[in-house]
Every structure is written in C-alpha cells, then in structure tokens.
Design a protein around this ligand. Structure first.
Ligand code: PBG
Length: 333
C-alpha cells in the first residue's frame, strides 16, 4: 500500500478530537475482560490487609461471598481463588483435601452466586508444601511425573467443588495432559483448563509470596519456571499446552513480557490471558502513594497496553478499581 507523504498525510488530524480518538482506538477494555485474584485464608475471622499489597486482603472462608460483592456490582465476574492453609506438609496434602480451604470457598461461592460468577482456581502446591516448592520434592529436585498426578487430583477436587476453570501454575511438563485426562475420566469434560503456560521465574512475585506464604525454603524455582530471557520457548510451551488440552493459555508476568504476549497471540488460536502480578501492582501502588504517578491514568495505560499486546483476559489486583473507573466513564486517552 502506498501512503501519501506530508503535507497530504497528517496523522494528527485523527488525534485532535476526543470523540474521534475514541472512535479510531484500536484497543478496548471492559470489566468483563478482567479477572480478580482472591486470597482465602484459614484461621482468620475477619478480612486482614496484606502488607506487601496495599488494598488487598486475606479473607476468611466464612463470609467469602461478601468479598466478591463489590467487584460483582462493578461488573467483574471472574475470580481467581488462592488458598492459604494453616497446615502444610511435604506432600501438600491440604491442596487436594476435599474439605480444604479452596474447596470450601468454592462450595460457598457457588451456592451464593450460581452461574453469576466464573470461578477459577490456581492449581499449584507451593502454598501447601512445607518446603514451598510447586510439587513433590525428591532430594532437592521437584519430581515432574509424580507432581503432575497430584496436580490432576487437586484439579479434580476443585472441579467437584464447583470450579469452572482450573489454572495449573506449577510449570510441570505434561501437567495439562494429566489434568485433562483426570477431569475427563471423572465426567468433568466441561471444566476449562487455563494453563499458566509461560510462567517466568520472575522477581515480580515477591509481594505475592508474602501474601501466600509460599517462598521456597531452599533453592528457587528456576528449575521449572521459565528463563526471563526467552520468548521462542514461551511459544513452544504454549503450543505444547494446547496440544495437551489447554483451552486458554497464559503469560505471566505481563508488563515486562508484552513481547511474549504478542508472540503467543500470533502463534496460537486460543484465548490468551495475561497475569499482571503482585510486583506490578505494588510498583504502581507505591509510586502513586508517593505522588509520583497518577494511579488511575497509569493503571489504565498499563491495562490497555496488556490488551494491545494480545491479551484477551487480564488478571489484575486492580480489577474492581479498573471496573469502577470504566463505569464512571473515566477515559484518560
Ligand atoms: C503459584 C503462584 C505464584 C503466583 C501465582 N501463582 C507464585 C510463584 O510462582 O511463586 C504469583 C502471582 C503474583 O505475583 O501476583 N505458583
């Protein structure tokens, strides 16, 4: 295509009027695009603020439904549930306990909200193991093939308790295949798998690890999470997951990995989710508290950037806030 040169071509013409800018905007963001992470904690009786993530709370299982109401009123309907159990052991047994914290929360939420909400669960072991690794440890090695059977069992207990979507996040090879076959063998062929397909070994998770009390007690996660230097490998991981049965793939973190989002989006035909993680949230939150940036403007810029890069869904601790700003008609562009 041949484009005219200046002065015939003047891109600024389309930027002069707000209505026109909105009309030609290439990216939209709606409350429906957002997924809100929720922390359910055993052994507390009232919501308790998470220090590392200002504005985010641990909720007790009793009354967990109330925690969702504010978000629901604003049009956020999808929730990603994390459990923080009291008891941890080597085998992460609370993760697949049918009376475990996430399973209980799912039952309560399902009975309160029926099909008004989409309930997604994080399927991993690090919050449940005493060593803090994302699977079954042999020596200092996370045993892949043992772990995937546990992830499948965890997923089954979540599906039984009412999860619509299970989201395996431990970066084990073959985890999606193990989960899909377990779910299917038990009649849960409609349960969706959203795989954390390219989850990077990132330093942006620190505030979350404090919130979930899930830091590894020895070593780190570099033996299973991805190397931040890689993008082709992320495409490969995503393709493998889709071949194993993933319905939605995810890129995590989001902001430092927009190129990965774009590459995954262009290489696959499934919806792509992006997880804007705890460190991304904390960076903006603290900069805003210090008066260095305008929180609403920066957050909406970041959210649109993530969508522009290729995300269909955005998982963010800002979900209810973003929905509120959108509903108020706030538009900084
Ligand atoms: C569990 C898990 C983690 C996050 C989501 N699921 C932590 C980790 O891998 O250490 C991080 C989320 C965030 O930082 O917001 N494996």
């Amino acid at each position: 295509m041949i484009y005219p040169d200046f002065p015939v071509s003047r891109p600024r013409r389309l930027r002069r009027l707000k209505i026109l800018r909105d009309a030609v905007a290439e990216t939209t963001l709606l409350p429906n695009d957002l997924i809100y992470p929720i922390f359910v904690k055993e052994g507390i009786s009232a919501p308790s603020p998470i220090k590392s993530m200002p504005g985010i709370y641990h909720y007790p299982i009793e009354g967990i439904s109330k925690a969702l109401e504010e978000a629901l009123e604003r049009g956020v309907r999808s929730f990603l549930i994390f459990g923080v159990p009291q008891h941890k052991d080597d085998m992460g047994s609370e993760a697949y306990n049918r009376r475990g914290i996430v399973q209980k929360a799912l039952r309560e939420l399902r009975s309160s909200f029926g099909s008004e909400v989409v309930l997604i669960t994080d399927v991993c072991m690090c919050h449940y193991t005493s060593h803090g690794h994302c699977g079954i440890v042999e020596g200092e090695y996370v045993d892949n093939d043992k772990t995937i059977n546990y992830l499948a069992e965890i997923s089954l207990t979540h599906a039984e308790a009412g999860a619509d979507i299970v989201a395996p996040s431990s970066m084990m090879d073959g985890m999606v295949k193990a989960i899909r076959s377990k779910l299917d063998a038990n009649g849960f062929y409609n349960t969706i798998i959203m795989s954390y397909s390219s989850k990077f070994s990132s330093s942006f998770y620190s505030p979350f690890r404090e919130a979930a009390n899930s830091s590894p007690k020895f070593g780190d996660r570099r033996g299973y999470q991805m190397d931040p230097r890689n993008v082709r490998e992320a495409v490969k991981e995503s393709i493998l997951d889709v071949k194993e049965g993933a319905d939605i793939v995810m890129v995590k973190p989001a902001l430092s990995y927009l190129d990965v989002l774009r590459a995954v989006k262009e290489s696959l035909l499934v919806p792509v989710a992006a997880y804007s993680v705890s460190g991304e949230y904390a960076m903006i939150k603290l900069a805003a508290e210090r008066g260095l940036v305008d929180e609403r403007k920066v957050v909406l810029e970041v959210m649109h950037s993530i969508k522009r890069a290729g995300a269909d869904l955005v998982i963010t601790y800002y979900a209810p806030k973003v929905a509120e700003w959108i509903n108020e008609g706030y538009n900084p562009f």
